[in-house]
Write a protein that binds this ligand. Structure first.
Ligand code: MF3
Ligand code: CO
Ligand code: CO
Length: 260
């Protein structure tokens, strides 16, 4: 197994595309309201990517995926397909996952939004999942191991009586959308490949309110919780630096430092 170490030039391009992906999530926030369809959200993001950002929406036609973003509502874990019949309503939660490609490099990020007023459980799930992402990011250190990330996330999720999805994970990213290493969101500290400066990967925990088990729908994309309970996800693209990490997809609403 070989994990790509980015050059200074590669890193500069990844900063640019990471920032564009972050800006896209900032842009879509005001549109996430009761009454809008997930297809309309897809169209707004697609047009913004292509016409304003002069970038490519990487999900479109990726292994046959038919849309430009993923929209995963309530019990949908990930890879939800935008659809004009899926109208957001008050109390829903929705993960919007964007991946942009520009100058040959990818930036991948997502967050879970509340639609109107959500239940206390939904709010707690969203916040614990975001904290899981941050705790994972803070465990990134050169000389540490990939397993440190999942161990920290799992511990925090389970302490909060939530469960960690096992079947999908973070991934190396760069010229390739999904590259090595796999970043599991559970596991054991001190295991897995060593983290080295210049590695870039995503951390993207999917945290369930009920049991961890998931099911793939017949469309072969949409992943749902088996017990149909709520699920949330947050994702950032992270560079390992000489002293810690840099969040390449950092947004204004993030409550963690971009660099250490
Ligand atoms: N953005 C997703 C990830 O975090 C992958 C989406 S692949 C797609 O890895 F084809 F469903 F878009
Ligand atoms: Co993503
Ligand atoms: Co990803």
């Amino acid at each position: 197994m070989t994990i790509d170490i980015k050059t200074a030039e590669d890193i500069e391009k990844m900063r640019i595309v990471g920032h564009l992906a972050a800006k896209q999530l900032e842009m879509i926030e005001s549109h996430v309201r009761p009454g809008i369809s997930t297809e309309e959200l897809n169209q707004i993001c697609h047009d913004y990517t292509v016409n304003i950002q002069d970038a490519i929406p990487a999900p479109l036609n990726y292994r046959g995926f038919p849309k430009s973003i993923c929209t995963s509502v309530n019990h949908v874990v990930c890879h939800g397909i935008p659809n004009s019949k899926k109208i957001l309503k008050d109390g829903d939660i929705i993960n919007i996952d964007v991946t942009l490609k520009k100058n040959g490099f990818h930036g991948d990020t997502s967050k879970t939004f509340s639609v109107g007023k959500v239940t206390k459980l939904a709010d707690r799930l969203i916040n614990v999942c975001k904290e899981c992402l941050y705790i994972g990011i803070e465990s990134v250190n050169p000389g540490g191991n990939v397993g440190d990330i999942g161990a920290a996330i799992q511990k925090y999720a389970e302490k909060n009586r939530f469960s960690v999805v096992r079947e999908y994970c973070g991934h190396g990213i760069g010229r390739v959308f999904h590259d090595e290493p796999q970043i599991l969101h559970y596991g054991t500290k001190g295991t897995g490949p060593e983290l080295l400066p210049g590695m870039v990967f995503t951390i993207e925990p999917m945290i369930n309110a009920g049991k961890a088990a998931v099911k793939l729908l017949p469309d072969n994309w949409t992943v749902v919780t088996k017990d149909h309970k709520l699920t949330a996800q947050w994702e950032h693209t992270i560079l390992v630096t000489e002293t810690g990490y840099e969040i390449l997809t950092w947004r204004k609403d993030d409550t963690i430092d971009r660099v250490t």
